[in-house]
Write a protein that binds this ligand. Sequence first.
Ligand code: BTN
Length: 264
Amino acid sequence: MDFNEQNLTARLLEKRIGNRIHFFQAVDSTNDVAFQLALGGAPEGTAVIAEAQTRGKGRLKRQWQSPPGCNLYISIVLRPEIDPVLAPQITLTTGVAVADLLSLYCPGDVTLKWPNDVQIRGKKVCGILTEMSASAANRVNFVIVGIGVNVNIERADFDESFRDIATSLKEEVGSKISRLDLTVKLFDNLEHLYTLLHKDGFGSIKDMWLTYSNMVGRQIRVVFNDNVQAGEVHGIDDFGALIISDENEVIRRVIAGDASIVKD
Ligand code: BTN
């Protein structure tokens, strides 16, 4: 049982991200706890980590399955000095950080699916939920980056509806993975890419994201409530939107929804 506050704090002390750890056995949602801490002035790099969540939140108001003792549920406070419209860059940057991390265990099998899924061999292993507070002057006060990684959960323990579309690192690698090592490497990756984003802008991170994505050139459908958009994927823009061309070759920006590749 090396996954505890003491070990995490010891290994993350010198870092920009993870320099302050708030570790809980169970919380409603690490994102909600981090949001409250950020409202109270928690500095950039503060991380909330829980063994379990009782109301883990997914995108589009979905639930995130968060049983104890097996996975990562982490939320990080960031304070980028950016316009709120650029906040999706933080989500995409986090996706690349997770993809780099999981590629150490499953080289060549990790893909990114717009907007925020990380997959191994086509099954979801990680989801990212970014929430934000912004000022009236169009500046971000803070961003909460919530990261859920299915690490050691077994297939049989997934809710039945996810069993065929989700996976865990353990299921893919065939052995148990240290959550302590994973967390330290994840924070390292995120620190590196977040610094790169700040210094050089989104260009190279966008290229990395596209390299991990298997969507460019494919026909996709994006469903958002009752709205369906379909077309060929060209890439993503600086605001995190997916760029597609429809059947009339009109270029469209898709800003939200669930994307799926249409089988040829
Ligand atoms: C998604 O794919 O729908 C996003 C899932 C995000 C889950 C993580 S777990 C840690 C953090 N706390 C939450 O309540 N949600 C995020």
